[in-house]
Design a protein around this ligand. Sequence first.
Ligand SMILES: Nc1ncnc2c1ncn2[C@@H]1O[C@H](COP(=O)(O)OP(=O)(O)OP(=O)(O)O)[C@@H](O)[C@H]1O
Ligand SMILES: [Mg+2]
Length: 465
Amino acid sequence: MKMPKINSVSVKLGSLVMIIFLLLVIAIHSTLYMLFVRFHTNDRIQGLLQRSSNYSALLSDHFEKTTISHVLGMESLTNNLLLILDASGNRLGASDNLARLSPENLDKIITHGSLEHGSVVASDWKNEYYFITQSSILSGSQVVGKVIMLTPTEPMRNAVTALGVTNLSVAAIAVLISAALIFVTSNLVVKPLLRIIRMTQRISEGKHDWELIPSGTDEIAQLSRSINQMSENIQYYKHQRNQFLADISHELRTPLTYIKGYSEVLANDVVAKEEDKKRYLTLLYSQSIQLQRLVQDLFELANLEQGAFSFEFKRTSIEKVILNALDLMSDSIKETGIDLKYDPSPVSLYVMGDERRLQQVIINLLENARKYTPEKGAIHIATFAREDCCIIEVTDTGSGIPEKDLPHIWERLYRVDKSRSRTTGGAGLGLAISKEIINLHQGEISVTSREGAGTTFRIKLAKIT
Ligand SMILES: Nc1ncnc2c1ncn2[C@@H]1O[C@H](COP(=O)(O)OP(=O)(O)OP(=O)(O)O)[C@@H](O)[C@H]1O
Ligand SMILES: [Mg+2]
C-alpha cells in the first residue's frame, strides 16, 4: 500500500482532526479531573470529620468503656481506622485494622495538631496514605480526650488513575480515527484528484487518449465527468477547426484553379476567337467575385463572433426592413418564375435593432429560398406579433432540408448538397452570419423543413412599442 505524501490533503485533514480530538480530550480530562478530585476529597474528608465529631460528641456525654467499645464496634464495619485517646495521649481504644500503621506513623498522628474541636489532620491524597481528622472529647469545657479517624486515600488514587487510563484510551482512539481518516480521504479524495491532475496535464499537452472513470455522484465524480466532457469538447473544437481550415482551402482552391487556368490560357494567347476570350474573361470575373464574396463573408463572420462589429441599435420598423430587402430581391426572385408574397402584420411592429443587419438577414433568407425553390414555386413572407415578440417567417416551397442536416445548417461552410451549391455560388456562410446577427439582437432563429415540400425560417425578436 502506498503511503500518502506528507503534504497531501488527506494527511493535512487527518492531522487537523487529530489535533482537534486531542485538544478536546485534554480539555475534557482536565475538567473531569478537577471536578472529580475536588468533589471526592471534600466528600471523603467531610464524611470523616462528621463521623469523628459524632463519636466525640457521644463520648463527651458518656466517656466510659462501654461507649468506647460501642463506637469501635460501629466503625469496625467500615474501612475507616479509629483511635480514641485520653487527654494525655494514652490510647483508650483503637480499631483492629490500626495495626496496619507503623508505630512511627501512629506516633506522628497521635502527637499531631491541636486539640481543637474537629480538624483535618491530613488531606493530601497524592502523598499520604490516609485522610485523617480528629475531634475533641469534652467534659464541660475541658478536653478529656480525642477521636482520631483515618480513611485510606488509595481508592481515590485508583479512581484518578482509572480516569487517566480512560482518557488515554480515548486519545488513542482519536489517533486511530485520524489515521483511518487519512487512509479513507487518501483513497476517496486524493487518489482521484491525482488522476484528475494527470488527466488535465495530458489534455494541456494535447493528448486526448485518456478518460476518467467517475464512480458515484459526489463532487469528485462530477468534476471527473466535467473534465471528460471538456476533453471531448476540446477534441471536437480541434476537429472543427481542422475541418474548417480544410473546407476553406477547398473553397478557395476551386475559384483559384479556374482563375489560374483561364488566365494562363489568355496569357499564352492560345485563344483565337474573340468571343471565347470574352467568355473566359467573364468567367475570370465571376470567379474573382465569388472569391471576394467568400473572403468578405468569412471576415464578417469572424468579426461578428468576436463582437468586433458595432451595431447601431435603434427603434426599427420590421415592415421597413422587409420592404427594403424585397426592393433588392423581388426582381431576381420573380425573374426565376417564383411567386413572391408578403403578408405584413396588421399592426406596425417595432424592435430594438440594427436596421442594416436585420435587412441582411432577410436578404440571406430570401436568397436561400430563391436558390432552393424551383420555378413555379412560391416564397411567402409573413410578420405577426405573438405575446411580447415579433415573428418573421420566410417560407418556401423548395427542396426542403433533410432532417439529419437540419441541426448543422447554422455551421460555417455547411451545405447540404455541396455539388449543387457550387453551381449556385453559395459557400455555406449565409445562415451562420444570420444566426450570429440574430443572437446579437438577443433573438432566436429557427427552422422547420420537410424534404421535397419546403422550408420555413422563423425569427423571433423582442417587440417594443
Ligand atoms: N430555404 C432553403 N431550402 C433548402 N435548403 C436550404 C434553404 N436554406 C438553406 N438551405 C441549406 O442550408 C445550407 C446552408 O445555407 P447558407 O445560407 O448558410 O449557405 P449557402 O446559401 O449555401 O451559401 P451562402 O449563403 O454563403 O451563399 C445551404 O447550403 C442549403 O443546403
Ligand atoms: Mg445562403
